[in-house]
Design a binder for this molecule. Structure first.
Ligand SMILES: [Zn+2]
Length: 675
């Protein structure tokens, strides 16, 4: 028994975005961003019940429409005029850990080879055809699967190919993804392929909050009774969706309305024409939803608010958002003005258009009614308020301002030695579902990637015994060999950063922060989890527990104050504790410790701070923790203590300057020249 869609309180943008897609699936799906506990999933799951039912060919596993069956249907061909069966629209959930076979379906290679039969087991894409495909935590889904989904959603077709055997079938569905941005962002190139995005937050109005709780209590106490009480509301919604769908083809998008769409897209500096198309489609759907036959300015405004926030050019660490004032201005400027003395609209003010290299505009100032989260505060501090422009304005007066990081660079790939078995990523070598073929084994379950040479070699000795006379090889099931693949995994990159006074000048600390920021950007691209331990003064702290949110890590780093004593041992022990907990929580994810230090350690008089640090390092090495020491020592006289620490850790030691990807080539060159 799902919670009724009509009973969801608040979440107005989200509900509207879902309904518009239900009216016009061509809009391209919805991405919902918001923290935990905002009923995102409840709302999505409730949608299926208000979607119009679908007519299907009985027995077809691919949900063919009897009026227009898929000519390529693997269960076809279907007789024209076959009996129809009506069933509710389906909502299919795609779990984050799903394999590619589970998503697109699997071909039975064993039967193909031994019996010559093309046997296809449909996947989730087939199940979702003509319904809703829902991915919770879509930001944690592997890139490759997200690509598959978005391709299928765009083409309306799923395609599976294994060793030359292929199957194609229709897969048109409303794609809905939900995510918690604190657990990591979706890469921008995937973000913009969702038609609409909405941000959700818990309602702030106490009366609304109370109503949420009241309804939830009523539902939990008696789900069936609650659903019955809302049945009328649900039926009305379903009817309104069906009505809007019928109206949709007749809605007129006038030239004037289209001009407003393009003007708004231009005002927000979005890439490509997709934004204009999606905005136009959403505006048309909104008009149909509102029962109008013509698109109005209000439709364009609503559509822009849902279609544009995630399409603006931005850095990976910028949060989506759309400034209402800019939107109002763009709509007003592009409004067709009736009257005799018609002036051309004034050109938009601002810097030269398409000036090469000019930074993208930053007008995503927080809305007055929103309370900025700590991460947002960190971001806006970094960007600076629009009026104050440059500088690190925003740090409270009187408090020692944190040193700003220097500009990030492209970091070289640091990796964990050996071959892991962690979740797919782009850092260290791992056994994987995709990648380079490195060998063959007897399959442990159905064969998904056939190793041809291995299979032939296994079959060869048995040919006489099997009575082979002609040219063909006689292959039996037990001959089949599965290819083993080596790809890359993501890791947990735990930074241990010395923030003490020993790190020298502010400029040096800026360079150190810049280097760690560069490594964080690199971790974001390699799908790593990251964590941050810092030490200074009396103790070490876990500034950021392991998270997917590189954005949060960057914010903590920027705010990190520096100075004081250097408790290196405490920092390393804190790291060891953190890794111990993570090993229980996520045992397959191998950690990489990145210790950013000059190798010095100080403590209260009479203690051997350096000896304690080296003992802690040895303990980490004994646990088998892979580590890299980034040597931050500078100045004419060098002690080389970071190298000593690296030796105790069993780690590679790199100088800060060697972290850039470019410097690797330079290092190789200098080594060659010296030889
Ligand atoms: Zn079919």
């Amino acid at each position: 028994m799902t919670y009724p869609f009509g009973a969801v309180v608040g979440m107005d943008d989200m509900r509207l975005a879902l309904l518009l897609n239900a009216v016009s699936p061509a809009i391209g799906g919805v991405l919902v961003r918001g923290e935990k506990g905002t009923a995102k999933s409840t709302t999505v799951r409730a949608l299926a019940a208000v979607l119009p039912p679908v007519a299907v060919v009985p027995g077809c596993r691919f949900a063919c429409d009897p009026a227009a069956p898929d000519p390529a249907c693997p269960d076809g061909p279907h007789e024209p005029g076959a009996p129809a069966q009506t069933r509710p629209a389906r909502l299919v959930e795609l779990p984050v850990g799903a394999s590619e076979d589970r998503v697109v379906g699997s071909l039975d290679l064993e039967r193909a080879l031994t019996e010559g039969v093309k046997a296809f087991e449909p996947g989730l894409l087939a199940a979702a055809h003509r319904g809703v495909l829902y991915v919770d935590e879509v930001n944690l889904l592997h890139d490759h699967l997200v690509d598959l989904l978005l391709d299928a959603a765009a083409l309306g077709t799923a395609y599976v190919e294994r060793e030359g055997v292929s199957v194609r079938h229709a897969a048109r569905f409303l794609l809905v993804g939900t995510m918690n941005p604190e657990e990591g962002e979706l890469r921008p190139q995937l973000l913009d392929r969702f038609g609409l995005t909405v941000e959700v937050a818990a309602p702030r109005d106490p009366a609304v909050r109370a109503e949420v709780v009241r309804r939830r209590f009523a539902y939990d106490a008696d789900p069936a009774g609650f659903a019955a009480a809302w049945a009328g509301e649900e039926a009305a919604l379903a009817e309104r969706i069906a009505g809007a769908r019928a109206r949709l083809p007749h809605v007129v998008l006038s030239d004037a309305a289209l001009q407003q769409v393009t003007a708004v897209c231009a005002a927000f500096d979005v890439d490509g024409l997709r934004a204009d198309l999606v905005t136009a489609r959403a505006a048309v759907a909104h008009a149909a939803w509102a029962g109008r036959d013509e698109v109005t300015e209000d439709d364009v405004r609503v559509a822009a608010r849902l279609a544009l926030p995630h399409r603006r050019r931005r850095n990976p660490f910028d949060a989506p958002g759309l400034d209402d004032d800019t939107l109002d201005q763009a709509l007003e400027d592009s409004r067709p003005e009736p009257g005799p003395d018609e002036d051309p609209p004034p050109p938009p003010d601002g810097p030269d258009d398409d000036g090469g290299g000019a930074p993208p505009p930053r007008d995503d100032t927080p809305r007055a009614d929103g309370d900025p989260s700590p991460a947002e505060e960190g971001r806006s501090r970094d960007d600076g308020p629009p009026d104050e422009g440059e500088g690190r304005g925003g740090a409270p007066a009187g408090e020692r301002a944190a040193v700003a990081p220097s500009d990030p660079f492209r970091a070289r790939r640091l990796e964990v030695p050996g071959v892991g078995a962690g979740a797919a990523g782009r850092r260290s070598k791992a056994r994987a579902e995709r990648g380079r073929v490195v060998g063959s084994v007897r399959p442990n379950g159905p064969v998904t990637r056939l190793h041809l040479v291995g299979t032939v070699l296994a079959a060869a000795p048995h040919q006489t015994a099997r009575g082979r006379t002609g040219p063909g090889l006689r292959v039996a099931r037990e001959d089949l060999r599965q290819a083993t693949l080596e790809g890359r995994e993501g890791n947990l990159v735990l930074f241990v950063v010395d923030a003490s006074g020993s790190m020298g000048s502010r400029a040096r600390m800026g360079a150190v922060k810049g280097a760690v920021l560069s490594l964080l950007l690199d971790a974001y691209q390699r799908r790593d989890k990251v964590g941050l331990v810092t030490f200074r003064g009396a103790d070490a702290g876990l500034a950021l527990p392991p998270t997917w949110s590189v954005e949060a890590a960057a914010a903590r780093l920027r705010e990190l104050p520096t100075g004081g004593r250097t408790p290196l041992a405490a920092g390393l022990l804190r790291a060891a504790d953190t890794l111990r907990v993570e090993r229980v929580r996520d045992p397959q994810r191998r950690p990489l410790l990145v210790v950013v230090t000059d190798g010095r350690a100080t403590g209260p008089r009479g203690t051997d701070a350096l000896g304690a640090a080296h003992a802690a390092a040895q303990r980490l090495a004994a646990d088998g923790t892979a580590a890299v020491v980034v040597d931050c020592e500078s100045g004419p006289v060098r002690l080389g203590l970071a190298g000593v620490l690296g030796a105790h850790l069993g780690a590679q030691t790199l100088r800060l300057e060697e972290l850039a990807a470019e410097s690797l080539a330079a290092t190789v060159r200098s080594v060659r020249e010296a030889a």
